[in-house]
Design a binder for this molecule. Structure first.
Ligand code: ACO
Length: 434
């Protein structure tokens, strides 16, 4: 196995160390390339670039493997709770019973938001996307808990911020939903676990107390766990990049929420349902939209399909598809969009365009079907993703801050603008009016 890679530049040979991951992936460490040769590497979209070393999540896109701290995602989805998985991601090991009890208790203690923060919800127009509210509110937490935003918190202080974020994000989400439908806020309860507590805040009202349905709580628990981390994706890299300037955890995560919002990332779960609704209204014409997705003249893409890393299948999508089937069966719901999604998948997976490009359903393809069945409004689907991703963002921010080799993130560029030319006085700038 190569221990170094040799690069020939301008007749000069440069030796770069090869770094091997514990699962055997190899990387060429080019960190000294620019200072020794003057060259940089160019890799738009970072398709070949490792930005850091990380011990949190392992994924193998060819084999469809995803593990948090070494534990297969399938086992966590089956046996773990979201709170326990959060502990695992943030602390690096499964908790003992007493660690878990302490961690869970802290969730209850930090579930409320400062009463003054409720005024924020009044300030947003009713048309505001809930991701805009969420990112602003998470950043605003730094104003309400300022003692916790110092650069170098102790372990105890950090744990408190982490739990606050994990717990309050649920309350903020539910309050923003209640505001949007003009109902009174429902406060968190001590006697309910993480997911039932969230469902109660979302769907209880003074006239109609919400009855927790176990199957619904189970499906949401599975979704949250499956979304909890995905190594250096767009939003997590954003959290790391912002945090690398020593911005506090709230600000860094607020940036991650904004990155997640985009339809090519976490906003895809909303975009998938919008696409399925459109195709359904157009007579379920699957072939027409498959053809459109393949047409390079059209900007239409099959949302919920394709992934930068998974080239075979997305293990999360497999679990979610089954979970959607089970939930709808148990609730006795027939959703024509689920049938349509399955037909789209079937047709696409036999089509050479998708096969040759290794495009498969991703985590977002079936998750929206579950959110719909639960009663979560469409524009809140990316918010559900953000609640799930919170422990991953926190774990990455912590790992980065604790790593002495961390530097401020600052990529280079290849300049393609004008070569140097002189300033022209305004009266001589006739070329502007040609
Ligand atoms: N529909 C149609 N064609 C697609 C799709 C799609 N969903 N995804 C990729 N392709 C095509 C591209 O047009 C390109 O074709 P070409 O080689 O002929 O030019 C090829 O497949 C490779 O696609 P890229 O865009 O280069 O792949 P990249 O890794 O940069 O993008 C992404 C990955 C953004 C996920 C892309 O597949 C996509 O846009 N999917 C739809 C949006 C989506 O579902 N996003 C959620 C991803 S999961 C997550 O972030 C949580």
């Amino acid at each position: 196995m190569a221990e170094s890679a040799k690069i020939n530049i301008d007749g000069k040979e440069i030796e770069c160390p090869v770094v091997v991951s514990i699962e055997g992936e190899k990387a060429i460490d080019i960190s000294k390339l620019r200072t020794t040769t003057g060259y940089i590497t160019l890799d738009p979209g970072f398709g070949n670039t490792g930005s850091c070393k990380s011990a949190i999540t392992y994924l193998d896109g060819e084999k469809g493997i995803l593990r948090y701290r070494g534990i297969p995602i399938e086992q966590l989805a089956e046996y773990s709770s979201f709170v326990e998985t959060s502990y695992l991601l943030i602390h690096g090991h499964l908790p003992t019973q007493s660690e878990l009890d302490k961690f869970s208790l802290a969730f209850n203690e930090h579930s409320m938001i400062h009463e003054d923060m409720k005024n924020f919800f009044d300030a947003y127009p009713s048309t505001t996307h809930p991701m805009a509210i969420l990112s602003a509110m998470i950043c605003a937490l730094s104003a309400y808990y300022p003692g916790l935003i110092k650069e170098d918190p102790t372990q105890e202080e950090f744990d408190r911020i982490a739990v606050q974020l994990l717990s309050k994000v649920r309350t903020i989400t539910a309050f923003s939903y209640k505001k949007s439908i003009g109902e009174p806020f429902v406060y968190p309860r001590y006697d309910l676990r993480y997911v039932p507590n969230f469902l109660n805040m979302m769907f209880s009202s003074p006239t109609h107390p919400y009855k927790i349905v176990d199957e619904v709580a189970h499906a949401l628990r599975v979704l949250l766990i499956l979304h909890a981390d995905h190594e250096q994706n767009c939003s997590t890299s954003s959290v790391r990049l912002v945090g690398s300037s020593h911005a506090n955890l709230y600000a860094s995560i607020s940036a991650g929420i904004c990155a997640l919002w985009g339809p090519l990332h976490g906003g895809a779960n909303q975009a998938v349902i919008e696409m399925l609704e459109m195709i359904h209204q157009d007579g379920d014409n699957v072939q027409k939209y498959i053809a459109k997705a393949k047409d390079k003249e059209s900007s239409f893409r099959l949302m919920g399909f394709g992934h930068r890393v998974y080239r075979n299948f997305d293990p999360r999508a497999k679990i979610i598809k089954k979970c959607a089937d089970d939930l709808l069966n148990k609730l006795g719901i027939h959703d024509p969009l689920l049938d349509l999604a399955k037909r789209l998948e079937e047709v696409a997976l036999k089509d050479d365009y998708f096969v040759s490009r290794k495009l498969y359903p991703n985590v977002d393809f079936y998750s929206g079907i579950i959110y719909r069945a639960v009663g979560i409004p469409l524009n809140m689907f990316p918010v559900m993703f953000a609640i799930g991703r919170m422990p991953g963002w926190i774990a990455h921010w912590k790992e980065m801050m604790e790593d002495p080799s961390t530097k401020i993130g600052r990529p280079f560029q290849i300049y393609t603008g004008e070569a140097k030319h002189d300033y022209v006085p305004i009266e001589q700038r006739s070329y502007f009016h040609k």
